[in-house]
Design a protein around this ligand. Sequence first.
Ligand SMILES: Nc1ncnc2c1ncn2[C@@H]1O[C@H](COP(=O)(O)OP(=O)(O)O)[C@@H](O)[C@H]1O
Ligand SMILES: [Mg+2]
Length: 234
Amino acid sequence: MIQLDNVSKRYQMGEVSVSALETVSLRIDKGEFVVVLGPSGSGKTTLLNMIGALDLPTEGTIVINGVNLAKTRRADRFRFRRETVSFIFQTFNLFPSLTALENVQFVLDMAAGRNHNGRAMEVLGEVGLGERVGHFPHELSGGEQQRVAIARALATGNPILLADEPTGELDFRTGVQILELLQRQARSGKTVLVVTHNREISRIADRVIELSSGHIVSDGEPRGGSAAIADLQW
Ligand SMILES: Nc1ncnc2c1ncn2[C@@H]1O[C@H](COP(=O)(O)OP(=O)(O)O)[C@@H](O)[C@H]1O
Ligand SMILES: [Mg+2]
C-alpha cells in the first residue's frame, strides 16, 4: 500500500543544503498501525508530508496504492490527496468560525456526493461528539477539538490517516483517548501512521519506525515490548 525506495529529501536554504531524509526505504501494508518515532528534527514531518504527497522527494520513489507520486502531475497529486490521504495535526487546524459540524462538512463539500450533513453527523458520533456538533472550537476542550479533526479525517473515507504529533498539545489522559481512537481506525482497516517524539506512546503500535538524523535506525515491534493503552505512563 505504501512503498518507499531509497527516498532522500534535501532542502536548499540559500547556499546551504539541509538533508532531512537519507535513502529511506520502507513498506507499510493496509491496516497497519505504525508509529514513526524520533527526536525533533529527525525527519518525521518530512516523511509524513511526502507520503501525503504534500512534497516530493529529491531522490527515490514513493508508490502509494499503485501510484508513483514522482510521476504524477500537480493536478493528479491534488486528487490523490483528496481521495487517498487525510492529515491530522498537532494543533488541530480547525476553522474557528465554523462549528464542529461545519468543520467536518467542509471537507465533504469539496468532495463528491450528497447528504453531507448525515455523513458529518455519523463520523462525529463515531468519535463521541454526537452531542456537541453545534459547538465552535473555542467552546471545546483540546481533546474534543482533536476528535473533530479526526472526524474530519474520517469523513471522506480515505484509506490512509497521517497524524503528525496528534497528542502533542494534550494532557496524558486525553492523549491516550486520541491514540485509542486512531488505533481503532487501524483495526477497522485503515492504514494509520502516527508521528511522535515520545517513546512511551510508541509502545501501543504494532510497529515502530525509528528515525534519527534522517535515517531509519530501527523498524519492528516497540522496544521494551508492546503495551496496552491503559498501561502507558509518561
Ligand atoms: N521547509 C524546510 N526548509 C528547510 N529545512 C527544513 C524544512 N523542513 C524541514 N527542514 C529541516 O529538515 C530536518 C527534518 O525536519 P522535520 O521533518 O520537520 O523533522 P521532525 O518532524 O522530526 O521534527 C530538520 O533539520 C529541519 O530543520
Ligand atoms: Mg515534525
